[in-house]
Design a protein around this ligand. Structure first.
Ligand SMILES: *Cc1c(COP(=O)(O)O)cnc(C)c1O
Length: 386
């Protein structure tokens, strides 16, 4: 059976060169970077080089990169450490209503500690209006967090416009760029953000390694206490092999991003066009052009996303319904609800996320098998009558 992987928003297949680069750090190069002997120094050199590569990918300085265990940790770090460090100035946090749960629930956790959290609305495409950021800011506001691109609907947010506002007001700005970094160009310095989240497994690196960019001078407190790793801000023995893998993924991305965008965008548009032509009562979520190259998010009325997923699995197609993290809960996605999709329609959501390995044949396979699946399910549906 043909196997088609269209769930790159959940995770990507590590690039073969990434796996190869990591290999020696499980065997002969097993040292701890804090040790002075040759084992340690070899590991330290590898970590330093990886830090430079990750920094270069987002136009930052190596000293501005803090490695974390995941993108989730980087988001927790950004929200909690920035809020804690600046609470004397005020206790108000502003985030968009379509943030990843690791930002959303970190902010909610701060609410329990006495902070106030404002959720920004988005338009029907999922775009945050910078004017709404300005309106939400009060003298108490210390932190704004708006994601660089959304993991479910692919919408890219106007971060540089938002940073003009936060800079003028002297407020920290964080952006969760986990879906963007390595897939589209991201320039942390150019964007004018204070903090930026990355996750290696979203761009052909290994799972379990991420990073937080913290602009020099931005005020945060340490997130994990212990040793002197990561400048004392994130203690714990370095995940050397993971860091090396992330560095290699960054190096490859530097070179491959233009090709990736050029290859994946037309495949995305072909899938969107084919599905909307072949299936009735279908909606494309997010913006048609201002979106990640690999993102196709649709809602198909009168059927459940989960049912379609099961039939797709039978045809060898791996996709997702809403976000990986919330799809198990069978709850309508907060992102779809925020862009005005009804609860009923949100149940019929499907996310196809394309990647560097996606081919024309993969897209053709989906276009061949999905329309009959929809017909079959609709024929069984009590709420559908043509
Ligand atoms: C995947 C993802 C995360 C979490 O990263 P992990 O490394 O999987 O914890 C955070 N935010 C966004 C937008 C993501 O897509």
């Amino acid at each position: 059976m043909r196997k088609v992987y269209l769930d790159n928003a959940a995770t990507t297949r590590p690039h073969p060169k990434v796996v190869e680069a990591m290999q020696p750090y499980f065997t002969e190069l097993f040292g701890n970077p804090l040790s002075f002997h040759s084992y340690g120094q070899a590991a330290k050199k590898a970590v330093d080089e990886a830090r430079e590569k990750v920094a270069k990918l987002i136009n930052a300085k190596p000293s501005e990169i803090i490695f974390t265990s995941t993108g989730t940790e980087a988001n927790n770090f950004a929200i909690k450490s920035a809020a804690t460090a600046n609470q004397q100035k005020g206790k108000h946090i502003v985030i968009s209503g379509i943030e990843h749960h690791s930002v959303l629930y970190s902010a909610k956790a701060m609410e329990k500690l006495g902070f106030k959290v404002t959720l920004l609305p988005v338009d029907k495409y999922g775009i945050v209006n910078p004017e709404d950021v300005l309106k939400a800011i009060t003298p108490e506001t210390i932190l704004v967090s708006v994601m660089h691109s959304n993991n479910e609907i692919g919408t890219i947010e106007p971060i540089s416009e938002i940073s003009k506002i936060t800079k003028e007001k002297g407020i920290l700005l964080h952006t969760d760029a986990a879906m963007s970094v390595g897939n589209i160009p991201v320039d942390a310095a150019g964007l004018g953000v204070d903090m930026l989240t990355m996750s290696a497994h979203k761009f052909y690196g290994p799972k379990g390694i991420g990073a937080l960019y913290v602009r020099k001078g931005a005020r945060i407190v340490p997130f994990i206490h212990g040793g002197i790793q990561e400048d004392g801000r994130r203690a714990g023995a370095d995940n050397v092999q993971g860091i090396v893998g992330m560095g290699m993924a960054a190096e490859i991305a530097m070179e491959e991003i233009p090709e990736r965008v050029k290859k994946i965008t037309p495949l995305r548009d072909k899938l969107i066009k084919g599905l909307t032509e072949k299936i009735e009562h279908i909606h494309v979520n997010g913006h048609l052009t201002n979106r990640l190259p690999g993102n196709v998010n649709i809602c198909i009325d009168y059927i459940e996303g989960e049912a379609m997923l099961l039939f797709l699995i039978k045809e060898g197609i791996a996709a997702s319904s809403g976000s990986t993290c919330s799809s198990k809960a069978l709850k309508a996605s907060h992102v779809l609800l925020a862009i005005g999709v009804s609860d009923a329609t949100a149940q019929g959501s499907l996310l196809f996320s394309l990647g560097r390995d996606t081919t024309q044949e993969d897209i053709d396979h989906v276009l061949t098998v999905l329309p009959p699946i929809v017909e079959r399910l609709r024929a069984m549906s009590p709420i559908y009558n043509k």
